[in-house]
Ligand binder design. Structure first.
Ligand SMILES: CCCCC/C=C\C/C=C\C/C=C\C/C=C\CCCC(=O)SCCNC(=O)CCNC(=O)[C@H](O)C(C)(C)COP(=O)(O)OP(=O)(O)OC[C@H]1O[C@@H](n2cnc3c(N)ncnc32)[C@H](O)[C@@H]1OP(=O)(O)O
Length: 178
């Protein structure tokens, strides 16, 4: 379902459908929304975003990324942005790139039984165009840990070319802290 929804968002962004088809799809989408509404659960019971074996952990906000290497200091894998994440002229939207890094660095900050943390800051350097519809490689790693503070870095590459780099501070939450 998540794969189909990701594809649907890419198709919606890319298509200029005739009015009859727009009406038909609107009716179908309204029917799906009504059917899902009756199965709504509280945040802590939802599965979207929790399925860590699925690309992008089944969280539709992020692009479908796949983690291929992981230890308690480093993660690496690949990602592909589609038309849904297009900014313009074939390049990924500048807001979609920190979104990916927040997810990657935020997830790595939890690995190895570390307590939950929140992003205190996330700095992005846009080094070159990040293309849509291409397989890109990502890497995330720990720079240092000092008490509750975890400083992580990340990079997205298109083959040998660096597209974007990230530098983030994640602060471990105290018990009961939201
Ligand atoms: C890669 C694949 C791995 C596979 C993983 C497997 C399983 C994982 C499964 C699922 C994972 C699911 C989700 C994870 C994904 C994404 C995570 C995203 C996380 C977020 O997207 S979350 C939303 C955005 N985020 C916020 O909504 C934060 C709002 N904010 C606050 O909640 C507070 O602000 C907080 C808590 C940050 C700190 O507040 P606080 O009161 O607890 O602590 P305090 O202020 O005392 O700071 C303590 C020390 O940090 C320093 N410090 C703090 N902030 C700083 C800054 N900005 N610049 C420089 N230094 C800073 C202080 O200077 C002090 O340093 P010192 O101790 O040296 O004095």
């Amino acid at each position: 379902m998540v794969d189909q929804l990701r594809m649907f968002l890419d198709r919606v962004a890319a298509a200029v459908p005739p009015p009859d088809l727009v009406n038909e799809i609107t009716k179908l989408a309204a029917e799906f929304n009504a059917r899902l509404q009756s199965h709504e659960v509280a945040e802590y019971n939802q599965v979207a975003g929790q399925l860590i074996d699925l690309p992008g952990r089944a969280q539709l906000l992020t692009p479908a990324y796949t983690v291929e290497e992981l230890d308690d200091q480093r993660a690496a894998g690949h990602v592909r942005f589609g038309r849904h994440h297009l900014g313009n002229n074939g390049a990924v939207h500048g807001g979609a790139i920190p979104l990916l890094f927040d997810d990657l660095l935020g997830r790595l900050a939890l690995v190895g039984g570390r307590p939950k943390s929140r992003t205190a800051y996330l700095h992005i350097d846009y080094r070159s165009i990040t293309p849509i519809d291409e397989d890109l490689q990502f890497e995330a790693w720990f720079e240092r840990e000092e008490g509750r503070k975890r400083v992580l870095r990340g990079a997205i590459r298109h083959n040998e070319r660096v597209c974007a780099e990230a530098h983030g501070l994640f602060v471990a939450l105290r018990p009961g802290q939201p």
